[in-house]
Design a protein around this ligand. Structure first.
Ligand code: PPS
Length: 297
């Protein structure tokens, strides 16, 4: 959701083909052309609903590329090396970029290159407990100048449930991506898995991408992608993003990096309502999640 080249202007959500884009960050005509991009076998897209572990997976992929050697990309930010495909001008740059082309996106499957559904390239879908994604997104709306500052938590809670945010409905996002799993080379992984056992998660991603790293190199990838270490790396933590886009006085991208923070925000009735909607929307969804989503602290 970042581009260092985007100028500050009046940002607002614009509904485009059933999906909210951000005026000033996304150009609907360009987004419509993403589906025609040719895909190379080495292309990888990290797909997330916002605040689900995008920049974390960005760091892991970049480190896997350089076999854990952090010094290789110290001159570029992760946002430059592994940008959002939907941000203005990035589609054009993608066409001529050298391989491997690694990109992130929050877009729905319907906007993505058709070739992905012919098993070209690879997709890594990172999912997070939507309750924690909601809380993280609430805070990020205060930091990000391109997103409307929420009136209060209750108001944002309702907006999130309505899908009235960039990324739309969490439920639609994961369900539509999952419904295409047999057409694509796709790995589903959760933020919670990464929190509980980062080493196994990194190994899973490495195997999926066909990387061959020594144990020592893998250990280095893990080391440089822990929350505390990433926070100290300005290129990875988004500290360097222009203040036109992020109001650094209001908070950071790397906020808490924990699971279950929603328990500090949801009231009992919000929790019950969320659970009811979750069960209604996800009752036929075949993936089982490991998160504890019911107890209110
Ligand atoms: S965005 O704006 O959609 O790209 O944001 P995204 O990167 O998807 O999500 C930001 C949340 O991910 C947390 N994060 C991490 N958690 C644990 N370990 C690591 N290394 C890590 N890196 C990023 C970040 O702190 C945000 O979550 P919250 O709950 O707000 O802390």
């Amino acid at each position: 959701m970042d581009s260092s080249e985007v100028k500050a202007e009046t940002f607002e959500l614009v509904l485009h083909k059933g999906f909210n884009l951000i005026r000033g960050i996304h150009d609907p005509d360009e987004v419509d052309q993403i589906c025609n991009l040719e895909i190379r076998d080495t292309d990888v897209f990290v797909v997330t609903y916002p605040k689900s572990g995008t920049i974390w997976m960005q760091q892991i992929l970049l480190l896997l590329e350089v076999k854990g050697d952090l010094t290789v990309f110290k001159h570029n930010s992760n946002a430059e090396l592994l940008p959002w495909i939907e941000v203005q001008d990035h589609r054009v740059k993608y066409i001529t970029a050298p391989s491997p082309r690694l990109r992130v996106t929050h877009l729905l499957h319907q906007f993505m290159p058709f070739a992905l559904s012919q098993k070209k390239g690879k997709v890594i879908y990172v999912a997070r407990n939507p309750k924690d994604a909601l809380v993280s997104y609430y805070h990020f709306h205060k930091v990000a100048n391109m997103l409307e500052t929420p009136k209060d938590f209750d108001d944002f809670f309702e907006k999130f449930l309505r899908g009235d945010v960039y990324g739309g409905s969490w439920f639609e996002h994961i369900k539509t991506w999952y419904s295409h799993k047999n057409d694509m080379n796709i790995l589903f992984i959760t933020y919670e898995e990464m929190i509980k056992d980062l080493k196994s998660a990194v190994e899973k991603v490495s195997l999926f991408l066909g990387k061959e790293l020594t144990d020592e190199q893998l250990a280095s990838v893990v080391k440089h992608s822990t929350f505390n270490n990433m926070k100290k790396i300005p290129q990875a933590s988004y500290e360097q993003v222009s203040s036109d886009l992020l109001n650094h006085n209001q908070g950071t991208f790397m906020r808490k990096g924990t699971i279950g923070d929603w328990k500090n925000y949801f009231t009992l009735s919000q929790c019950e309502r969320f659970d009811m909607i979750f069960h209604r929307e996800m009752k036929d969804f075949p993936l089982s999640f490991t998160w504890d989503s019911s107890a209110v602290a």
